[in-house]
Ligand binder design. Structure first.
Ligand code: SF4
Length: 135
């Protein structure tokens, strides 16, 4: 699509895992029949910010936490993989802007897609902030 085309009204970006693609950190998916239906209707674009950021599948689990007011992402081993998450989030944002898509259905609790995400303490507690791409 080029910039002369109309906005994709009623279109969504959706988390790729909900289309049944095995892009989760553990190599599984989270198929969602409603999301699959709107993809089949041509109204949704499945994307995975973490794959777009260059991360492999499977990969180590990761959680977000704020460090000096910046949202960072660390693996369970403590590696800082924020840059990959930012790259992926930017790729999704660029796609949304290019295609004038203003809505998204994103998977819960993910360090990328979650409206809320785990708090970075590896304790299973949810934080009151979103993952990197959702933000
Ligand atoms: S970035 Fe989104 S689509 Fe990709 S694995 Fe995480 S929740 Fe699923």
């Amino acid at each position: 699509m080029n910039s002369m085309q109309q906005p994709l009204k009623d279109s969504y970006i959706v988390s790729l895992r909900m289309a049944g693609f095995n892009c989760r950190y553990d190599g599984t998916s989270k198929y969602n029949a409603v999301v699959a239906k709107i993809i089949d209707e041509g109204r949704a674009f499945p994307l995975c910010p973490e794959l777009l950021g260059g991360l492999p599948t499977p990969r180590e689990a990761a959680e977000c936490r704020y460090v000096e007011k910046e949202l960072k992402v660390f693996t369970e081993a403590g590696d800082d993989i924020t840059d990959a998450f930012l790259r992926g989030a930017q790729a999704v944002l660029d796609f949304a802007i290019e295609h004038k898509i203003t809505k998204a259905v994103l998977y819960r609790n993910s360090p990328s897609c979650g409206k809320r995400t785990y708090d970075g303490t590896l304790s299973g507690k949810l934080a009151d902030y979103p993952g990197v791409a959702a933000k």
